[in-house]
Design a protein around this ligand. Structure first.
Ligand code: C2E
Ligand code: CA
Ligand code: CA
Length: 239
């Protein structure tokens, strides 16, 4: 597992991290989750992998807390995990075993995964929410969007998809989408995260547009846990 910081655009402070999975094959090459997660979804292996990810991320968050580093931990859930009836009890169990306070965990679910299960989604999300964890909608803007659900679903955060962030200073329509998502989120009292922020110009645009958090190579790539402690303790990069 590697961890990528989410930074407050106003204060420049690291407030949260996203747990991202890596797989090193026998030859020592790193395989991207974009390649192996879809296969794990198809075969069902995502279920045990997902359990391990959740447990490892919670334990890591607790290890940091023991070192005085308090960060919210975001964990990705795949569509199949989201449909899994045992999901809420798995999360409850993992929180209990790891002793991580529920509000320190945030679950990231893609817009597509939520909409694929739109009938049950409200119930599942409510069940998760009642455990006290946060919920983020990932890759927002790329799925089939019914804006009505934003109001109905108990979510905390919208993560604007990287494609809009990458294009927003080149294409005026992407800039318009980013601004609209930020103001929509504000009106609904949801926090916004911009993903894939790579340049200072993108950061400045987002700050001016009122986006709250950013994540991207500008601040840091996903890194090993020890590097996160270093960043919190001050030896951080661009803010
Ligand atoms: P995601 O959840 O949208 O994660 C963000 C991806 O964007 C990560 O890729 C991250 O390394 C990358 N990224 C972050 N900042 C930048 C940037 O400034 N520029 C660019 N070009 N990329 C940036 P990664 O780690 O390869 O993960 C890809 C996807 O695989 C994730 O997309 C997520 O959908 C999935 N994934 C990763 N770990 C897990 C996991 O533990 N469980 C599940 N279910 N899915 C995972
Ligand atoms: Ca994510
Ligand atoms: Ca994303």
């Amino acid at each position: 597992m590697v961890y990528q910081p989410l930074v407050d655009l106003q204060s420049g402070k690291l407030v949260s991290v996203e747990a991202l999975l890596r797989w090193r094959n026998e030859r020592g090459d790193i395989i991207s989750p974009a390649d192996f997660i879809p296969v794990a979804e198809e075969t069902g292996l995502i279920v045990p992998i997902g359990e391990w990810v959740l447990q490892e991320a919670c334990l890591q968050a607790v290890r940091w807390r023991q070192q005085g580093v308090e960060l919210q931990m975001a964990v990705n859930l795949s569509a199949r995990q989201f449909r899994d009836r045992a999901l809420a009890s798995l999360i409850k169990h993992t929180l209990e075993v790891s002793q991580l306070p529920p509000e320190c965990l945030k679950l990231e679910i893609t817009e597509t995964a939520v909409m694929e299960n739109s009938l049950e989604a409200a119930t599942i999300l409510q069940e998760l929410k009642s455990l006290g964890v946060g919920i983020a909608i990932d890759d927002f803007g790329t799925g089939y969007s019914s804006l009505a659900y934003l109001r109905r679903f108990p979510i905390n955060q919208l993560k604007i998809d990287q494609s809009f962030i990458h294009e927003m200073l080149v294409h005026e329509d992407s800039a318009a989408i980013v601004r609209s998502v930020i103001s929509l989120a504000k009106a609904l009292q949801l926090q916004t995260v911009a993903e894939g922020v790579e340049t200072e110009a993108q950061r400045d645009f987002l700050r001016a547009a009122g986006c709250e958090l950013m994540q991207g190579y500008l601040y840091s790539r996903p890194v090993d846990p020890v590097n996160i402690v270093g960043m919190v303790n001050g030896d951080s990069l661009a803010s």
